[in-house]
Design a protein around this ligand. Structure first.
Ligand code: MV4
Length: 446
């Protein structure tokens, strides 16, 4: 067993990981920036240590400071959460060199999956469906035009080191290729220090559906079903649910099996997520794999009854999963709404400030993963997520009703939130019918 886990993160995910540590009898060590002295994670952890100034570069993203904190406090493992150092393969190696267990995948896993063009080839080797495209990096503008001509426009250029929707360009026709090529490569170089791009046929109005994977160090790889994540705006998810209202049980089973094959092909260890695009025609295609715990993991926890953070820690300890795919049962329906301190009047720009008063919902089937309390000052330096409201019920209509009840109880004074927007979305016919896609929210909010 680990004696002490350093949580290299902040906000609700740091709180979530501290709770898992306490459930397992492991001492938790929070690290915090100067702006986060009064953040919830620094208060509720067993121990906490300041690692630097507010700017993430000098604190939560600072490899040396995080490792030093672990060494001087006697932590034998580090949980990175999501974002920050979670996908930094060099950081994972450094943990190893200092005898600290990184709770997550191997550096090789992270390097392979961070190269999106290579990840697509891995999915193909696994026999999973991929979008017709360049099957690897493009060599030149001429090569891009040639592949696009063969598969037919519209196509999408994608940065191989990409993420968060940056370095991608839709190319409607051949005469747009030159400028799209230049723009995608310039943005990729600026954002990721790498101008490698690949190309895929453009899938119009798809759904984003992802599969949660767990893989132990002994070759046992299973999935915990899917999450429907199509309700996004500017590449930020707003509401997620499981199961997806779109999938038949037959497609669900195939997607899960394909995800497991991809994870096995990648030699993946830990908790990870395989993202698929599902077209209107019900075909689906591998998009990318995320080597980390994700924000929306609670919907999977409520539907499967499995504690994914606890499983991450068990896997890092070298334990066996201890159950098979047939032991995983998806039961009922879960919905997560991301509650953010945002100003609807300023097109949902972040709205930091003091929470003057707060009422957090509760009652049957309600879970709140939050990082705020009454009197807390939301600092302006980090993202605007203040809580995740997650509900579970027997079926989708029940979960929607329950979410409306809980969301109406979520009362925040002092800062603006997107709670009212959520209440609108929960009544929207595109949502209630389940017939939505990645364009839906963008259309609704503009
Ligand atoms: C696509 C696509 C359509 N066709 N690929 C956006 C972020 C990056 N991870 C992949 N993305 C997309 N790739 C093909 N071949 C549309 C998107 C996309 C998107 C995907 C999931 C959720 C929201 C999205 C919003 C805009 C574009």
């Amino acid at each position: 067993m680990f004696k002490k886990i350093l949580i290299a993160n902040r906000g609700e995910i740091a709180v979530r990981i501290i709770r898992a540590c306490r459930d397992m009898g492991i001492v938790s060590l929070a690290v915090y920036s100067e702006a986060d002295k009064d953040a919830l994670h620094s208060h509720i952890a067993d121990e906490s240590v300041c690692i630097g100034p507010a700017a993430a570069r000098e604190s939560y993203l600072n490899v040396e400071r995080v490792i030093s904190a672990a060494l001087s406090s006697g932590a034998d493992a580090i949980h990175p959460g999501y974002g920050f150092l979670s996908e930094n393969s060099r950081f994972v190696e450094l943990c190893g060199e200092h005898g600290i267990t990184f709770i997550g995948p191997t550096p090789e896993n992270i390097r392979l999956l961070g190269d999106k063009a290579q990840a697509v080839i891995t999915a193909q080797k696994a026999g999973a469906p991929t979008v017709p495209g360049s099957n690897g990096l493009l060599k030149s503008l001429g090569h891009a035009g040639e592949v696009a001509g063969k598969i037919g426009y519209p196509v999408m250029l994608k940065a191989s080191s990409g993420g968060g929707g940056r370095g991608i360009r839709l190319v409607a026709s051949a005469n747009e290729m030159q400028s799209a090529w230049d723009n995608a490569r310039a943005e990729a170089l600026a954002c990721f220090g790498d101008d490698g791009v690949y190309l895929e046929k453009y899938i119009a109005s798809p759904r984003h559906i992802e599969i949660q994977i767990l893989a132990d160090k002994h070759g046992n790889t299973i999935h915990l079903g899917e999450r429907e994540c199509s309700l996004q705006r500017r590449h930020q998810k707003v509401l997620e649910e499981s199961p997806s209202p779109f999938l038949s049980s037959e497609t669900r089973a195939r997607m899960g099996a394909d995800a497991v094959s991809i994870a096995r092909q990648a030699g993946y260890v830990g908790a990870g997520t395989i993202e698929f695009l599902a077209g209107q025609d019900k075909n689906y295609y591998f998009m990318e794999m995320n080597p980390r715990i994700q924000v929306e993991h609670p919907v999977t926890e409520l539907v499967t009854g499995r504690d994914i953070v606890l499983e991450q820690i068990r896997i890092a300890l070298g334990e066996h999963l201890g159950y098979n795919q047939s032991d995983v049962i998806q039961s009922g329906h879960a919905i997560e709404c991301r509650v953010c301190a945002e100003d609807p009047a300023k097109s949902f720009a972040p709205c930091p400030g003091e929470i003057k008063s707060l009422n957090v919902p509760g009652g049957p089937g309600v879970r709140v993963d939050s990082s705020v309390y009454q009197g807390y000052k939301i600092p302006p330096y980090y993202d605007s997520l203040i809580a995740k409201l997650i509900v579970h019920d027997h079926d989708r209509p029940g979960a929607i009703t329950r979410m409306k009840r809980a969301m109406a109880e979520f009362l925040v004074d002092g800062v603006s939130t997107n709670c009212d927007f959520h209440l609108e979305l929960l009544k929207n016919p595109d949502f209630t019918s389940g017939e939505y896609c990645i364009d839906t929210l963008e259309k609704l909010m503009n």
